[in-house]
Design a protein around this ligand. Structure first.
Ligand SMILES: Nc1ncnc2c1ncn2[C@@H]1O[C@H](COP(=O)(O)OP(=O)(O)OP(=O)(O)O)[C@@H](O)[C@H]1O
Length: 332
């Protein structure tokens, strides 16, 4: 796909967002380049604190970048907000909708802010909440409230939808329902950018995936591209003999041996052959193809292994003395 063509909906170059100043400066987004094409579903993954929401804020035009540029539909989403806003829908991580209003009242109120809205009945049908129209938002289950958030994002008939963790807190069935709904929207041509901690969600929905790590995009591409470039892994307990020479593989001969390989079948076969010849069992043997999870975890591991990034200048151009490192836990 030519992401620099006229079909590009979002384009970002050297995007940075620094919070705080001087010694307290924190570079949450540290030079992000992105091109998202019309009709594409793009998933932004990353460890907690990697900078996904901060990147979203910049793309949505909610805050100004410290440096770098972003365009949405060829416009500046912050300075030309009036022209960009009618075409985008935003589902925030937590909707913060008034608990006392009913679902119907909430959506009518939201509808009043849209320039060319669809009907409340239409979005209620889409998110399967028609029978909850008279119920107060505060009385809904967490999953139902999430669907009201989504309904609000859909009211303006957006061409571009930002979804910040759209299925967090939903039970498996509701997640599936939301995936079906998002797949329908994709078929109707809506471009979507989503963050998620559910790797299967990205696998299911996204045309392209970016994994953020400490403010930067560590890996980007289709699922096949991301996983294809990553080694598979064979692990077993060290048998106490000199190990065979597995040409092309990288071997960590610790107590639990790890073999990183791009030729899983060949190297597994060679190991099993060696074990048979030497009559040595390979106890605890595990062989795993590369997966989005293994790529993600390797990036997260490298995050915890690295020292904090080098200091940056703050918004006023003064040098910062420290930047906190991103955490590596996943909330999913
Ligand atoms: N307004 C702010 N002031 C100072 N630091 C902030 C601010 N907003 C975010 N940060 C910090 O910037 C970093 C990136 O936060 P961000 O919310 O973008 O990460 P995230 O990838 O969305 O995380 P999560 O998955 O936990 O939601 C975090 O270390 C966070 O503490």
């Amino acid at each position: 796909m030519d992401n620099t063509s006229s079909t590009t909906v979002i384009s970002a170059r050297g995007l940075r967002r620094v919070y705080g100043r001087g010694a307290d400066a924190h570079e949450a987004v540290a030079g992000v380049d992105l091109d998202i094409a019309d009709g594409e579903v793009f998933a932004l993954l990353g460890t907690n604190g990697a900078g996904k929401t901060s990147t979203f804020d910049l793309l949505e035009g909610l805050v100004a970048p410290t440096s770098g540029s972003v365009s949405v539909f060829g416009l500046d989403p912050l300075r030309e907000r009036d022209r960009v806003r009618p075409d985008i829908g935003i589902m925030l991580q937590s909707g913060g909708l008034p608990a006392d209003l009913t679902v119907g009242e909430t959506l009518e109120m939201w509808r009043g802010t849209c320039s060319q809205p669809t009907t409340v009945a239409d979005v209620l049908d889409k998110v399967r909440l028609t029978d909850r129209v008279r119920v107060r938002v505060g009385s809904l289950s967490g999953g139902e409230q999430r669907r009201v958030d989504l309904a609000c994002a859909l009211l303006g008939r957006p061409r571009l939808l930002f979804l910040d963790e759209p299925t967090t807190g939903l039970d498996p069935e509701s997640r599936r329902d939301t995936w079906d709904l998002l797949a329908d929207l994709k078929r109707s041509g809506v471009t979507m950018v989503l963050t998620t901690h559910y790797l299967d969600e990205a696998e299911e929905l996204a045309d392209r995936i970016a994994i953020m790590h400490r403010g930067r995009i560590a890996r980007e591409g289709s699922l096949a591209e991301i996983v294809g470039g990553h080694p598979s892994r064979i692990v077993f307990d060290h048998p106490g003999l000199v190990l065979p020479d597995l040409v092309g593989a990288s071997v960590e001969p610790t107590a639990r041996v790890t073999v990183h390989t791009h030729e899983l079948t060949r190297h597994l076969y060679e190991l099993l052959e060696w074990s048979r010849r030497h009559r040595v069992p390979l106890t605890g043997l595990e062989a795993r193809s590369a997966s989005l999870e293994s790529v993600f975890l390797d990036i997260a591991d490298s995050a915890s292994a690295h020292r904090p990034a080098s200091p940056v200048d703050d918004a006023a151009g003064r040098p910062a003395r420290s930047i906190a490192s991103a955490t590596t836990g996943m909330s999913a």
